[in-house]
Write a protein that binds this ligand. Structure first.
Ligand SMILES: O=C(O)CCCC[C@@H]1SC[C@@H]2NC(=O)N[C@@H]21
Length: 358
């Protein structure tokens, strides 16, 4: 259900993060990846890897300076992928850092990777260390213990789900609400690309506005964008969860491939995320140079809402009476809300209302 509001209202998806103490209470060995059993049980392991020597050097500095912190101050153990014992790992449950690094062809996004087998939330890592990480850095986890969704929802984050967050910086505040649409579009296009390249049937992953990914009527992914404002710039943390190989809690892309009779090769997290960054970088540049308009046609082909009829509830001023109207979705307004028309031709702007949007 949607609510029409006559005046602009605060878009709750873009909200500053609460200030948390940055004090690090943990112990991180400076030069070794090895940690004692007790340390590894209580601390979050972060493995750093860079695409080129430049990012590798940055990774080394982050480790040496013990620069990465968790929001709750809990201990972290940082090591370099090149020094890590999982460097040649070929286990499906473990993110294949080399495979990912070899597949990205970006000049900015995804080139510095912070990987963790298990952490609270990738979003917390990038948001809490925004100033330490170069723009475009990504944090990937195999499993999240406290995955964050929009509107304070929990994002279930089992093995097989692609879980990552990365950083973006933007100067023009007017376009910040549109960034989440660029992220969504890059992900649907990445899935298309990987399927096409591997001779797989195409999967009809669609965008459900504002930032859900749907397949065959079920949610398979979600995008969370949060931002803070500092030194005249918007620091955006973009987080994506995509069910690739986890049938729970809804369904996943590999289950859809199987339903289509394609069981030969399954989609791999590393292929999807690398394709995502290769796409996102192109879309990001188009978005900054030409505006969202240049991506709009593709966006409208990919979302679920063109020509959709929805019921809008409008509350009167004292909020004790609600009237209902049917409207037809036309597209997006310049500020990223839904543009709709009533049957008698009146144009209105629709805002998301937490979980009640259907
Ligand atoms: O649909 C939603 O509510 C958005 C879900 C976003 C989940 C992703 S998983 C990776 C990143 N880390 C988090 O804690 N959340 C985002």
């Amino acid at each position: 259900m949607l609510f029409v509001t006559s005046s602009p209202r605060f878009l709750s998806l873009i909200k500053p993060l609460p200030f948390r103490s940055l004090q690090n209470l943990g112990f991180s060995p400076k030069n070794l990846c090895l940690s004692t059993k007790m340390e590894s049980e209580s601390s979050t392991k972060l493995v750093l890897c860079g695409k080129s020597a430049v990012e590798e050097e940055l990774a080394r500095c982050l480790k040496t300076n013990n620069a990465l912190k968790l929001p709750d101050g809990s201990p972290v153990t940082v090591c370099l992928h090149s020094e890590s014992d999982s460097a040649g790992n070929d286990n499906d449950d473990v993110f294949r850092v080399n495979s990912y690094m070899n597949s990205i062809s970006t000049s900015r996004f995804g080139r510095l990777l912070v990987y963790s087998p298990r952490l609270a939330s990738t979003h917390d890592v990038v948001a809490n260390n925004f100033g330490e990480l170069p723009i475009g850095s990504v944090c990937v986890a195999d499993v999240q213990l406290k995955g964050r969704g929009r509107s304070k929802n929990v994002w279930e984050s089992p093995k097989g789900c692609l879980l990552f967050s990365f950083t973006i910086q933007i100067e023009d505040g007017r376009v910040v609400p549109l960034v989440q649409y660029v992220v969504s579009l890059a992900m649907t296009e990445a899935v298309n690309d990987v399927c096409r390249r591997n001779g797989m049937p195409s999967l009809d992953v669609r965008i459900k506005w504002p930032n859900d990914l749907y397949l065959d009527g079920l949610k398979v992914g979600g995008i969370l964008c949060t931002s803070t404002y500092k030194s005249k710039k918007f620091n955006i943390s973009a987080g994506i969860g995509l069910n690739i190989d986890n049938q729970k809690p809804t369904t996943c892309l590999n289950a859809a491939l199987q339903r289509l009779g394609y069981a030969a090769n399954q989609l791999q997290r590393e292929d999807i995320i690398s394709a995502f960054f290769n796409k996102f970088e192109v879309f990001h540049d188009i978005f900054l140079c030409q505006g969202f308009q240049a991506l709009e046609n593709l966006y409208y082909k990919t979302w679920l809402h063109s020509g959709q009829r929805v019921i809008v509830q409008e509350k009167n001023e004292s909020e004790d009476q609600v009237s209902e109207n049917v409207v037809t979705i036309q597209g997006l307004t310049p500020s990223g809300y839904l543009l709709a028309a009533t049957d008698d031709g009146q144009i209105c702007e629709l805002h998301p209302d937490g979980n009640r949007y259907t």
